[in-house]
Design a protein around this ligand. Structure first.
Ligand SMILES: [Zn+2]
Length: 161
């Protein structure tokens, strides 16, 4: 058999995922270097390299997929369960006043990386703004990405789940 559609699909997938920052990060595994906090067969959590606020994390299907309707029921369920877990973790770690949780689907909707679905989980404090925490009269914790990573990673240890 000369034509193998499955093989073709595989090759195309390799091309698509190449250059995807999320797939590249998870290929390096969980760690401070990749900023990946958690990864299993269906879901992963990575810190946003350019956080809107301290503790800004992204929850993604492990599979390189940009279309929300294309997620399997299992991926759907696991991604949302992980969003819940991240909210719980961030509440414990930072006691923010609230959260923004959401997705931008497509570049025109503001998605920076539309080809790989990701749910933003962003802690909010009274008096912060979308992009820069105001110094005055807030409880915003300003940390480096590494400090945030070190603070959050214990919550994602298998032993604590
Ligand atoms: Zn990807």
């Amino acid at each position: 058999m000369l034509f193998k559609p499955e093989r073709l699909k595989y090759v195309r997938k390799q091309i698509e995922t190449k250059g995807c920052v999320f797939c590249e990060a998870v290929s390096r595994g969980v760690g401070r270097d990749s900023l990946v906090l958690y990864a299993d067969d269906t879901v992963m959590v990575v810190m946003n390299k350019f956080p809107y606020n301290t503790g800004h994390v992204l929850v993604l299907p492990r599979r390189h997929e940009g279309e929300l309707p294309q997620l399997s029921p299992k991926e759907n369920a696991n991604v949302f369960a992980m969003v819940q877990r991240c909210v719980k973790v961030l509440k414990e770690a930072y006691t923010p006043a609230g959260f923004n949780v959401g997705m931008n689907l497509g570049a025109s909707a503001g998605a920076g990386i539309p080809e790989h679905l990701h749910v933003h989980v962003i802690p909010r404090w009274n008096g912060d703004t979308n992009f820069f925490p105001l110094i005055a009269q807030t409880k915003v914790v300003v940390e480096t990405l590494e400090q945030t990573y070190d603070r959050l990673i214990p919550y994602f240890d298998a032993s604590r789940s």
